[in-house]
Design a protein around this ligand. Structure first.
Ligand SMILES: CSC[C@@H](O)[C@@H](O)C(=O)COP(=O)(O)O
Ligand SMILES: [Zn+2]
Length: 208
């Protein structure tokens, strides 16, 4: 699902305010994008505080990352564009830096965690029951987006893969057919991470 530039600017500004209010966009972290009607992409300008975006904090790039309007595109533009190229149905990508997601990624060296049995799994597109398990892939961080992209791509193409992945010590990427769906995926994933953390701390407390 695509939108006009004006619709995308409004939707991304509002998403930034909500994600910042939840503590997922501190200190200029995070970046957001939406696919536009003409096939180009509206994307946050690099270095802006994502909870306080104004219209000039969003710019347009083509699918190769060439700027179509003034501004310096997000340092992570290539990760957004890779998702749009890989998934023609993706209409928006949101990236947050929550402490829980980052803490989880640092507590394991595994290449992912399993989320199983949560009613919240039904927030993922196409999921209709809690009686399921999905893998949230985790990839090591790099300042070279091509390295991250090449490392994560196989996990994204596994049948049944969820539209989200975690970069270790960095943050969570989520996408969907539009900004609302991408935000729902991000929120649901963050919620399940928080629930798993709460479960682990209760279990630790009760075995003392
Ligand atoms: C301290 S901000 C973190 C950044 O390095 C980066 O990871 C990020 O999410 C925001 O980068 P940006 O270039 O503003 O899109
Ligand atoms: Zn980031």
């Amino acid at each position: 699902m695509t939108m006009s530039y004006e619709q995308a600017v409004a939707a991304l500004i509002e998403a930034g305010r909500r994600l910042d209010a939840r503590g997922w966009a501190p200190a200029t972290s995070g970046n957001y994008s939406a696919r536009l009607d003409d096939g180009s992409v509206a994307l946050t300008v690099s270095g802006r505080h994502k909870g306080r975006l104004t219209g000039d904090g969003i710019m347009r790039v083509d699918l190769d990352g060439r700027p179509l309007t003034a501004g310096k595109p997000s340092a992570e533009t290539d990760l957004h564009l890779a998702l749009y190229r890989l998934f023609p149905e993706a209409g928006a990508v949101l990236h947050g830096h929550s402490p829980q997601a980052v803490g989880l990624s640092r507590a394991t060296e595994a290449d992912g965690i399993t989320l199983a049995g949560h009613e919240m799994l039904k927030a993922y597109p196409g999921h209709t029951t809690h009686a399921a398990e999905v893998r949230l892939p985790i990839v090591d961080n790099s300042q070279d987006m091509a390295v991250i992209e090449a490392a994560i791509r196989p996990a994204l193409l596994v049948p049944g893969a969820i539209p989200a992945y975690l970069i270790r010590s960095h943050g969570l990427y989520a996408w969907g057919k539009d900004v609302d769906e991408a935000e729902r995926v991000l929120e649901a994933t963050e919620w399940m991470i928080a629930a798993e953390l709460a479960e682990a701390s209760f279990r630790r407390a009760w075995t003392r």
